[in-house]
Design a protein around this ligand. Structure first.
Ligand SMILES: Cc1ncc(COP(=O)(O)O)c(C=O)c1O
Length: 419
């Protein structure tokens, strides 16, 4: 069907704000919890109140021994790397494609990150991982990118065979499962963000999960000095003499953030169910259109649908570039269609090309250039993403996005390729 595209002066598919994705869902219940927390306490020094309840719920949800709340995902990752006791001379294999904070806290331990290329889902590629292991390798961390569980069977085996500590960054993948097992419970330790966009959020916040007492104690030392260290690290433990000062950083979550996250956790499984249905509806509605490689997974994989990722195939649309396609869908008012910017192959960041100005100690150790991660660079260069709504009430918006994308694809020949 020929219809004048908005980029050529036609009518927009979505007018004004109609297509906005509003996240998180803050209900009367959330507001009530915040008010209760305000009345109860806005600074909690020890493991009590909302901190204790939320840590217990996170342990139960993931089936692990320890959960430690932090003020951000970045702090949770920092706590994990210090918890695992990485140091000078150690190499840690990290995803070459992830949000940079999966890796940057490692730079405070003096260990060297080694970038590993990705598979077709943007997750760590097991064979590239294997090829980058050296005698210095001590650990490996995966990110479950955009909510899709990484290849944990192969990666766990490689980690085991090579004595690597396996860690996970689950920040995109709260509640995602692989063969029924939750992301965050595969590794020696895992870290999650609860920043405002995340599927489980407190506005800001994060948490560390581990079965290992030593990782937990060291993480307490790093960011939870005095009360928590005194009360939770056994008096006969060698670290306990430092309980008052710990290692001197403070990573406590704000109790209001914890209260919001506690309320959100109650809804998490319902939201995930709703997202799965809508993601399937989007796949069914968009399949058959040229130019879009849609997400498809085996039944064993249940993503969190943090994002609906599309691989844009320019060849199938007469060579129309992804950027011009993006401009055309944005012109239609589909403002939630996104090309990620700062979440990109890490070798694109100056920090991983030449860190000498801010981390002189890494001068000779971190020297990546464009071209070093061909799969990640290809994945990133074709990526378009959408949020995934979760309730029937959102279907009208979803239909508008499907209509707008279909309109642009059906009329792509009308778009001036050069802008
Ligand atoms: C994969 C990943 N890791 C780590 C982080 C850092 O979390 P935070 O922003 O809570 O510090 C983020 C946040 O965007 C993320 O997406």
């Amino acid at each position: 069907m020929k219809t004048k595209l908005a980029i050529n002066g036609g009518e927009k598919t979505i007018q004004g704000d109609q297509g906005r994705f509003i996240w998180p869902e803050l209900t009367e219940r959330t507001k009530q919890r915040v008010l209760e927390q305000l009345a109860e306490s806005i600074s909690i020094y020890n493991r009590s109140g909302v901190i204790e309840r939320l840590e217990d719920s996170l342990k139960d949800y993931h089936g692990v021994k320890h959960a430690l709340l932090t003020n951000s995902g970045t702090s949770a990752l920092h706590s994990m790397f210090v918890g695992e006791n990485f140091g000078e001379g150690d190499e840690v294999l990290v995803p070459g494609y992830t949000f940079y904070a999966t890796v940057t806290p490692l730079l405070f331990t003096n260990a060297t990150p080694v970038l590993v290329d990705c598979d077709d889902n943007g997750n760590m590629c097991p064979s590239d991982l294997e090829s980058k292991i050296t005698k210095k390798s001590k650990g490996v961390i995966v990110t479950h990118m955009w909510g899709v569980p990484a290849q944990m069977k192969a990666i766990s085996e490689i980690a085991q065979n090579n004595n690597l500590l396996l860690m996970e960054d689950g920040s995109h993948a709260h509640g995602a499962t692989l063969n029924g097992k939750k992301v965050g419970s595969f590794g020696h330790s895992s870290a999650f963000s609860m920043q405002g966009q995340k599927t489980l959020t407190g506005g800001e916040g994060g948490f560390l999960l581990t079965d290992e007492d030593e990782v937990f104690y060291r993480a307490l030392m790093l960011g939870h000095y005095n009360k928590r260290c005194k009360q939770e690290i056994p008096a006969d433990h060698p670290l306990s003499i430092h309980s008052v000062t710990g290692m001197g950083l403070k990573f406590r979550i704000h109790p209001i953030a914890a209260a919001i996250a506690e309320e959100q956790l109650d809804n998490l499984d319902g939201i995930l169910r709703g997202r799965r249905e809508i993601a399937q509806y989007m796949i069914n509605s968009l399949s058959g259109l040229p130019g879009l490689k849609l997400p498809r997974f085996e039944d064993s994989i249940k993503p969190s649908w943090y994002a609906f990722t599309i691989g844009y195939e320019s060849d199938e649309l007469g060579g129309l570039s992804r950027e011009r396609f993006f401009e055309a869908v944005q012109a239609e008012g589909l403002m939630e269609v996104d090309i990620p910017g700062s979440t990109c192959p890490l070798n694109y960041h100056s920090l991983f090309q030449n860190p000498s100005r801010i981390f002189p100690k890494y001068d000779e150790k971190i020297k990546y250039v464009r071209g070093d991660l061909p799969n990640a660079e290809r994945f990133h260069s074709r990526l378009l993403k959408l949020p995934v709504w979760h309730s029937e009430g959102h279907l009208k918006k979803v239909d508008l996005y499907i209509k707008g994308i279909t309109k642009v694809i059906e009329n792509h020949r009308e778009i001036n390729k050069n802008g």
